[in-house]
Design a protein around this ligand. Structure first.
Ligand code: Z5A
Length: 210
């Protein structure tokens, strides 16, 4: 069986970490070998870049540096983790990928979408997710959940209008390629989110397994 590449996306505090385990379980129950990873991160270099990107101490990267650091981490991740796993026939489940760059650096920070597209082509070649899950929630709900969790990282300290733009950015990505996306209302109680996610996911996976 060919490996498949699944990404999980959403704004602040949407519950990606909470729901990642559910997706992994869904895949493993079907006997699928899965590599679970994240961006920025997933490699030693990527995790070091993640620290620099999220810290609230020292100089904050300017928007262009932030964008290039995201793609530097992604280049390392693709070549040393994602592509090898897919080549072994494993499925890769990745907490955020390039849609996050379009949403955060593009829609959120106002960086050029075409510059992002150029970097995407350079770093990824033809590689794109086979399926992406968007956990969608109003920013005020997500921000309240993140705040209740404790210390806020550099992104989490952004204001509500930033997260409104991020949400709109994700919605544009879905509108441009609806066949690639599962969209789940993550504002519902967790049990309802889990039920909606697993039913949509099972249908998508079963289509590939027949
Ligand atoms: N970033 C970027 O700018 N550009 C890029 O290209 C990439 C990333 C790849 C780090 O990512 C930052 O990098 C990210 C964007 C940027 N910054 N932000 N914001 P991250 O994915 O690690 O950061 P995160 O969004 O903060 O993820 P997180 O901390 O893992 O949060 P989460 O996964 O969305 O939420 P959670 O921890 O699963 O849930 C938050 C809390 O809400 C927790 O207490 C849960 O128990 C609770 N929760 C979850 N679901 C529910 C429901 N349904 N009801 C009630 N409570 C719930």
């Amino acid at each position: 069986m060919n490996g498949r590449f699944i990404t999980l996306e959403g704004g602040e505090g949407v519950g990606k970490s909470t729901n990642l385990a559910l997706i992994e379980q869904c895949l493993r129950e079907r006997g699928i070998a899965v590599t679970v990873t994240r961006e920025p991160g997933g490699t030693a270099l990527g995790e070091a870049l993640r620290q620099l990107l999220l810290t609230t101490e020292g100089d904050a990267p300017v928007a262009m540096a932030e964008l290039l650091m995201m793609f530097a981490a992604r280049a390392q991740h693709l070549e040393t983790v994602i592509e090898p796993a897919l080549a072994r026939g494993e499925w890769v489940l990745c907490d955020r990928f390039t849609d996050a760059t379009y949403a955060y650096q593009g829609a959120g920070r106002g960086m050029s979408m075409s510059a992002i597209g150029t970097l995407e082509a350079l770093v990824q070649g033809q590689r794109q997710p086979d399926l992406s899950v968007l956990l969608d929630v109003a920013p005020e709900i997500g921000m309240a959940r993140a705040a209740a969790r404790g210390d806020l990282d550099r992104f989490e300290q952004e204001q509500q209008d930033f997260f409104q733009r991020v949400r709109a950015g994700y919605r544009e990505r879905v509108a441009a390629q609806p066949e690639r996306w599962l969209v789940v209302d993550a504002g519902e109680p967790l049990d309802a989110v889990r039920a909606a996610l697993s039913s949509q996911l099972k249908q998508a996976i079963d289509r590939w397994l027949v």
